[in-house]
Write a protein that binds this ligand. Structure first.
Ligand SMILES: *Cc1c(COP(=O)(O)O)cnc(C)c1O
Length: 404
């Protein structure tokens, strides 16, 4: 008889977004006349920018001619895209990241889930709490758990770093020294971020204790403040301790197109072993490259027209963020985020739990958000709204919330 991977039995509770969908569907079925506005799931709604569509059309046409047809892509990515990334996301910001340190992929979710494969099973991981669930679940699947504490419902090798209003959502160095540290900045779900100086402290800490930082920069394009780093490689010493993940989903609307990249610097080593070489080997073995058409679309993100059009798209969502933030404030809520990220994190009123507030908002305002407790224990008592809806619905949702 075969065995299954028993680590899967250790995974934390049911998947957050399927629970939400079930509740929303049940409510809609019971109340078919109600117009529900969804500000819950982190998916974009604006169509792809014209420069991207144009690049994709051109690439599709190339694929129809023998002279310009493309088969398997190079498994680390096409040179034209890696060069565009190196120039625009790194050289232009004074970061030392070479094109051949960039691994093109089909998105940051798979990279953030897969990157743990190159680390030993007894490594301890530290995550911010609340947390993007992929970081924890992918490590639990790999057996990176340690021993279970029934009382707290936590694993000894998964260190939660509380990020709450009390510490201004800035994680503190944990008591137990981690081997792998996940940082998502600007943060999903809290919409908050660290200053560049605060991030530098984490880089110094990682280098000191011999930990690696897995830095998720999925929301980098939403940064509006000057003292916030767009890349961890803006910090001194990051090349010896940090891996950086990027997505084209939130800055360019590629959630359905699929494209991302990961930087593993050549200076990142464990003794003599190069993590860069390990990830290249892993990528080459288990991944066959992002589609040519999509990589051309990615290249267009860095063209002059592409940049201008995407700046407008980000501004559109950030106008929603402002609408949500100010509307909630007017209604007396305590709100965070929404300045460098398309997420607003609010304190639930009247000591309601996150799920109580979810039901309250669904039933009384017909607005869907995400309960903070679904992202980790420190998310209890908080609630996430996203700025990824369309503007008219966002305005309407806030009118309803204000009228409660
Ligand atoms: C949306 C998101 C991603 C992006 O995932 P893709 O697979 O590139 O669509 C990565 N990390 C976080 C924290 C996200 O919210």
């Amino acid at each position: 008889m075969f065995h299954v991977n028993e680590n899967y039995q250790k995974l934390p509770g049911s998947y957050l977004f399927s629970t939400i969908a079930k509740k929303v569907n049940a409510y809609q079925e019971a109340n078919p006349d109600k117009n529900i506005i969804r500000l819950g799931i982190g998916d974009v709604t604006q169509p792809l920018a014209p420069a991207i569509i144009e690049a994709m059309h051109k690439a599709v046409d190339e694929m129809g001619h023998a002279e310009t047809f493309h088969g398997y892509a190079p498994d680390l990515g096409y040179e034209f895209l890696r060069k565009a990334i190196a120039e625009n996301d790194y050289a232009a910001r004074g970061c030392e990241v070479a094109a051949d340190e960039i691994f093109v992929s089909d998105g940051a979710k798979s990279d953030s889930g897969n990157i743990q494969e190159i680390f030993g099973q007894d490594n301890k991981i530290a995550v911010c709490d609340p947390v993007y669930p992929v970081y924890v679940d992918s490590n639990v699947m790999a057996g990176r758990t340690g021993t279970y504490d029934k009382e707290t419902g936590t694993w000894s090798d998964v260190i939660y770093m509380p990020c709450t209003a009390e510490n201004h959502f800035v994680p503190e160095f944990p008591k137990k020294t981690p081997d792998m540290i996940y940082l998502c900045l600007p943060n999903n779900p809290t919409g908050t971020t660290l200053t560049k100086d605060q991030l530098q402290e984490w880089v110094d800490y990682a280098n000191k204790v011999g930990a690696v930082i897995i830095y998720d920069a999925a929301y980098e394009a939403y940064i509006s403040e000057d003292n916030v780093a767009h890349s961890i490689y803006e910090c001194k010493g990051a090349r010896t301790c940090a891996i950086e993940l990027h997505s084209f989903s939130k800055n360019a609307g590629f959630t359905g197109v699929r494209l991302g990249y990961t930087v593993v610097p050549k200076d990142l080593k464990c003794g003599e072993v190069s993590l860069h070489d390990m990830w290249a080997r892993r990528h080459g073995t288990k991944f066959n490259g992002a589609p040519y058409i999509v990589q051309r679309a990615g290249e267009a993100v860095y063209s002059e027209e592409g940049k201008a059009q995407l700046k407008e798209q980000v501004a559109y969502y950030m106008k929603n963020a402002k609408t949500i933030k100010e509307g909630l404030k007017d209604a007396g809520y305590t709100v965070f985020g929404g300045v460098n990220a398309p997420y607003i994190w609010l304190k639930t009123p009247d000591q309601m739990t996150s799920w109580e507030f979810f039901d309250y908002l669904l039933e009384n305002a017909n607005v869907v958000g995400t309960p903070g407790s679904g992202f980790g224990p420190s998310g209890e008592g908080y609630f996430r709204l996203t700025a990824f809806g369309n503007y008219e619905n966002t305005v309407k949702a806030l009118e309803r919330i204000k009228a409660l």
